[in-house]
Design a protein around this ligand. Structure first.
Ligand code: FAD
Ligand code: DLZ
Ligand code: SF4
Length: 511
């Protein structure tokens, strides 16, 4: 009989079909799972994120035990430093010949496992491919090789062809177009009922974890309660069914909308479950496609939703593994300002920002447009240091892991990589927020002004951004109109706008 092996399952690997489980044998091998200080602390993760992950991990461990596995579960109370300590502890009690792990989603941990763990453990460490994605890292590398420019839209079309999702038998996209984004720009007018996310009552395990996190992290950012996230595969599937029935039909129309008093609109809230492994991305896309084929949701909604998962989610992962570790050091717009404290406190006169931070603190969630066009846009316009804003996004959202968060923050928001995620920066003035939300009416700033003392900060900061990056974007084919509009303004007005922006930049803690 060959020597038994340890199988380490990470907090975001809660999938029954995981490659390490498929390779293992319940009669011979032993599973290790651990809640450790290093993972909980490499950024100050939101407390609800910790509860979600630890509770989902404990439920997954219980399920594995029911299936006949032996699981060494090291809880936070054991005070273990890092995951390697946990493996070491289990390895000492168990004469293991090898450690099996499905490769971690973050570079830092993968590198540690490759470079340091074999020595620390005196054990060989075998990394297995993570097959829970629709595009293998290698396939992405091949697709990217030899292309001058990488664009999500072309990758997405390849993925549609490859999976057959929303494709006609003749190889054409369903509906004759690949992308219905132009139809997806409605402002929410309050008429349609907003379904809210599926909510689950915490069970005894989750209650225990809430108490544990409250005890260990009393001062961390983020409300612990009410806690309603799904923590099992069955609940995550219920959350998917809830979304498909209640929200998907309107997902496309209101994808970019924001409204006071509702933090979710028609978004799915499936990212925590997809990223932790409780839901399978292909099954989610197929379920959405069925809704279209059975006439339960329109094409603009279903295509828009599938594009996020089949396109964006896979694309950002591909970029991450293609470009790490240098990627993390990129800062092409030379952004160096400190992250203002109101990203944590929410204490700002800017209504849109205060609302995004409040939602973030309450739910460990804010939807894409709040992340991109409110907190993200502001960080871009203020020139916040990439590392600081990256660590903020990685900490505060329940769905945040570096492989998905970093390209979104560094690439999409901060345009720090020169444009893999968007050919031009998503910089916008207050007009965009006014068009897509109802925040501005209740704001202490005046959205119609750019130079007065009470003018919306986004307005003057936008023009300041345009002016200070003229060297980089002045000749950009898609930004010509913006630079023309700036040049057409009277010089005195331009000066007043830049002065207002300078005053704001000199006092960014008090916006
Ligand atoms: P929906 O709007 O319902 O979209 C459906 C699904 O599509 C999501 O669940 C998600 O899996 C996928 N998706 C949508 N947009 C993206 C995207 N740009 N990149 C990758 N997947 C996408 N997403 C994360 O999962 N983790 C993160 O840490 C994360 N950080 C972000 C940071 C910034 C600065 C920005 C601008 C975006 C970030 N996103 C991140 C992408 C996106 O905002 C979230 O996936 C989305 O808000 C999750 O909510 P939802 O499930 O309701 O999404
Ligand atoms: C995010 C996270 C946190 C907060 N805590 C743990 C933990 O205690 N144990 C664990 O196995 N995983 C945790 N995770 C998820 C890991 O950080 C994640 O697996 C890596 O970042 C790779 O994506
Ligand atoms: Fe945000 Fe400006 Fe509107 Fe205020 S006026 S809510 S700061 S966009």
């Amino acid at each position: 009989m060959p020597r038994p092996r340890l199988i380490l399952i990470l907090g975001d690997q809660l999938s029954p079909g995981l490659s390490s489980l498929a390779e293992g044998n319940p009669a011979r091998d032993r599973i290790v799972m651990a809640e450790v200080r290093e993972e909980a602390g490499y950024v100050p993760h939101h407390r609800k994120k910790l509860v979600f992950l630890f509770s989902a991990m404990r439920h997954f461990a219980a399920r594995l035990r029911r299936q006949g596995w032996t699981v060494d579960y090291h809880g936070l109370d054991q005070g273990l430093g890092d995951l390697c300590d946990a493996v070491l502890k289990s390895a000492r009690e168990f004469d293991a010949g090898e450690l099996l792990v499905t490769e971690p989603g973050e570079y830092r941990l993968r590198e540690a496992m490759k470079r340091h763990w074999p020595q620390r453990l005196s054990l060989s460490v075998r990394l297995l491919e993570d097959r829970r994605f629709l595009c293998r890292a290698e396939t992405f590398r091949d697709w990217a090789a030899g292309r001058k420019q990488l664009r999500m839209e072309f990758f997405y079309r390849e993925m549609r062809r490859h999976t057959g999702l929303l494709m006609e038998p003749d190889g054409e996209p369903v509906g004759g177009r690949w992308n219905f984004d132009a139809d997806n720009r409605k402002r929410y007018d309050g008429k349609l009922r907003l379904p809210g996310p599926a909510r689950f009552e915490p069970d005894a395990t989750t209650r225990q974890v809430i108490d544990l996190v409250a005890e260990h992290y009393p001062d961390r950012f983020g409300d612990l309660e009410p806690f309603w996230f799904a923590v099992t595969e069955t609940q995550a599937e219920e959350a998917l069914a809830h979304f498909l029935e209640q929200a998907l039909p309107h997902f496309g129309d209101y994808q970019d909308a924001m409204t006071e008093g509702d933090d979710f609109l028609f978004h799915s809230l499936l990212s925590p479950y997809l990223n932790a492994g409780l839901l399978d991305p292909l099954k989610v896309c197929e379920a959405a496609e069925r809704c279209y084929r059975e006439g339960r949701a329109p094409l603009n909604a279903v295509e828009g939703f599938i594009r996020q998962i089949l396109g964006w989610r896979e694309y950002v992962r591909g970029i991450y593994w293609l470009l790490m570790p240098d990627y993390k050091e990129e800062n092409r717009l030379a952004s160096h300002a400190d992250l203002p404290w109101f990203y944590w406190s929410g204490e700002t006169k800017m209504r849109c920002v205060a609302e995004a931070v409040r939602a973030t603190r309450e739910h460990a969630y804010a939807h894409h447009i709040q992340r991109l066009m409110v907190t993200g846009n502001l960080a871009l316009l203020l020139g916040v240091e990439v590392k600081q804003i990256h660590e903020w996004y990685l900490a505060v959202y329940v769905d945040a892991y570096e492989w998905v968060e970093l390209p979104n923050t560094l690439g999409m928001v901060m345009h720090a990589d020169g444009g893999y995620l968007g050919s031009k920066p998503y910089a916008a003035s207050g007009k965009y927020i006014q068009r897509m939300s109802d925040y501005c009416g209740a704001c202490r700033y005046k959205v119609s002004s750019a130079e007065e003392d009470n003018s919306c900060p986004f307005n003057s900061l936008y023009w300041h951004f345009i002016q200070r990056h003229r060297g980089r974007f002045g000749k950009h084919p898609r930004m010509g109109m913006v630079y023309k509009a700036w040049e057409r303004m009277a010089p005195a007005r331009r000066r007043a706008i830049l002065q207002r922006a300078e005053a704001l930049l000199d006092d960014i803690e008090n916006l």
